[in-house]
Design a protein around this ligand. Structure first.
Ligand code: ADP
Ligand code: XUL
Length: 554
């Protein structure tokens, strides 16, 4: 019997990754491939996939297109050679549905007339070449950007304060959220970009458009990262009129597309480009793409209220399944990507893997094993030493467009440096998890009764880091066989969307991807008596954090 395959692609900050699963054995990833932008596409000259210019952070739009062709051609080679991660052969022609995941908030500006190019893609010409002139802006602002402080202030003022924006859209105005990025472009680049642009996509709907060969709508879950959405009405498919008109004027409705769609929507069949160039079946369904954190939620199997996951990719994120929305001044509420009636809570910390990497490069020769050994050589609680490393402007807590590092001795006094680099290694890890614990509680995540955390993303490969997570939260930490939950979640969502499409109605995610599919591996359990050390440290940590943020913002 032919197996039905499902493909999920993650277009993330530092790379692009693909997972193929089979309906026959959902627990096995048939094939996984990843490319890294800096390494595999060095001619774009990105650093960690980005161009950073102070608070402004962008990525080259064409790099994502070139990456997609590179990834698929590598996979086609694997198919021909008969090599796959699982040892099981696969064929693109057996893929019945595809979906994907995009780094959240990033935006792509299609030039007037680009839809014609998209509708008539030539399978003989690489995407980055034939779509080379299709964009009003060659670099896309991405989630790491924090240059829109003025636009945030203006939206919050217009809507009657941060809480009003949060209640309306799920989050108060955040610098990286797409609506504020659009507002800035409209103000600064009106004639050259905004007026010339016929459509604005998120990274997710941009990549989905390529697969569809026409503009794809934005899904409700990733659309919740724009500050332009109406989080409550009609299961989140509407734009919020006040926000849209303030950020981009009435013309923005057309540029965004009339409505958002639930994340499980089937949007049509794959473009002939992929049929002729890579051998996909013309009947392959394209399911709406979504954000990377929403896809990770699907990939780690959060299925009920209270389930918590921590993703440690470029950014560190903590997210949870929520039945009801209670947006507040910290964190975000998004529509849920696997259940259109419920929500997901999200906290995002910008200074995640790259800050750990900096410490590792500085003190551990960039070797993660040395990092783990140094971490383990220091006692939990770090003898009271605390430090905050905001190499780039932090999102949670918000430091606006300011960055910096502060270290504190056990009595809460500022110090220039620690006596031993091992203290820095522990401080960078403990500080992140204490911040997560603090902000998690403040947005109503039930940290006290949480019994398990699922860890994912690049840094979840490091058990010493996971042990600190387990100790700070006082609960068991689990990992999945594949640490890239975003592309896996996208593949699961492809199957889910396909089943909903076939059934002509919504089918519960857990009926399609049963909880038993997620082979969780117990990575760490809290060490006896250690969580108490962090219970005692939390107050001091929060005081140091507030002091530092205050000094940065003053
Ligand atoms: P993204 O999806 O945002 O592109 P990934 O989930 O692929 O990011 O994670 C990439 C990050 O993972 C790298 O920046 C690296 O610092 C981190 N990483 C990879 N392996 C380890 C490890 N063993 N220990 C700690 N961090 C790691
Ligand atoms: C989430 C966020 C990042 C990006 C990139 O709000 O800004 O996690 O999704 O991973």
């Amino acid at each position: 019997m032919t197996s039905h395959l499902f493909l999920g692609i993650d277009s993330s900050t530092q790379g692009m990754k693909a997972s193929i699963i089979s309906s026959k054995s959902l627990g096995t990833v048939i094939h996984y491939r990843a490319i890294n932008f800096d390494r595999d596409l060095p001619h774009y000259k990105t650093k960690d996939g980005m161009f950073t210019n102070g608070a402004q952070v962008q990525s080259p739009t064409l790099m994502w297109l070139e990456a997609l062709d590179l990834l698929l051609s590598q996979m086609m080679e694997d198919q021909i050679q008969g090599t796959s991660t699982s040892g099981q052969p696969f064929r693109f022609s057996d893929i019945v549905a595809i979906s994907g995941s995009g780094q959240q908030h990033g935006s792509v500006y299609w030039k007037k007339g680009a839809s014609m190019n998209l509708n008539s893609l030539d399978s003989n010409v690489p995407l980055a070449i034939q779509l080379g002139y299709s964009f009003a802006k060659m670099n896309s602002p991405i989630w790491a950007d924090s240059s829109t402080g003025d636009q945030c202030a203006s939206l919050e003022e217009k809507m009657g304060g941060p809480m009003n924006v949060a209640v309306a859209t799920g989050s108060r105005a955040y610098e990286r959220f797409t609506g504020l990025q659009i507002a800035k472009i409209k103000q600064l680049e009106e004639k050259t970009v905004y007026d010339q642009c016929e459509r604005i996509s998120l990274v997710s709907s941009f990549m989905c458009s390529i697969f569809l060969g026409k503009y794809a709508p934005i899904d409700t879950s990733d659309g919740s990262g724009t500050n332009l959405n109406n989080i409550m009405a009609n299961n989140g498919i509407d734009w919020h009129n006040d926000a849209v008109e303030h950020c981009g004027g009435v013309e923005l409705y057309e540029k965004l597309g009339s409505k958002m769609v639930p994340s499980h929507s089937c949007l049509g069949q794959i473009s002939n480009y992929f049929v002729y160039r890579y051998g996909f079946s013309p009947s392959c369904n394209v399911i709406s793409w979504s954000g990377d954190n929403p896809c990770s939620l699907a990939g780690v199997g959060l299925q009920q209220p209270g389930d918590v996951a921590v993703s440690m990719g470029t950014s560190d994120c903590m997210f949870t399944f929520m039945e009801n929305a209670t947006p507040g001044s910290d964190g975000h509420v998004l529509r849920n990507p696997v259940d259109p009636l419920s929500f997901m809570g999200l906290l995002c910390f910008k200074n995640g893997s790259l800050v750990r990497e900096n410490i590792s490069n500085q003190y551990c020769n960039g070797n993660w094993e040395t990092f783990a050994t140094m971490l383990n050589s220091t006692p939990p609680g770090n003898n009271g030493h605390i430090a905050l490393y905001y190499d780039s402007p932090e999102i949670t807590p918000s430091t606006g467009n300011k960055c910096g590092t502060q270290r504190f001795s056990a009595d809460g006094q500022l110090v220039d440096s620690f006596s031993d680099p091992c203290i820095d290694v522990r401080a960078v890890v403990e500080g992140k998890f204490m911040a997560m614990r603090h902000f998690g509680e403040s947005i109503g995540m039930d940290i006290q009764s949480c019994t398990k955390i699922i860890a994912t993303g690049g840094a979840s490969n490091n058990n010493a880091i996971l042990q600190v997570m387990s100790d700070v939260f006082g609960c068991n930490v689990y990992t999945l066989d594949q640490s890239d939950s975003a592309s896996l979640g996208a593949a699961f969502r492809a199957l889910h969307g396909h089943v909903c499409h076939k059934s002509k109605s919504f089918v519960k995610y857990k009926h399609v991807i049963p909880p038993g599919v997620f082979g969780y591996n117990l990575a760490c359990i809290p060490q006896e008596g250690v969580t108490k050390i962090y219970d005692g440290l939390m107050e001091m940590f929060v005081t140091c954090q507030s002091k530092f943020v205050k000094s940065l913002l003053s």
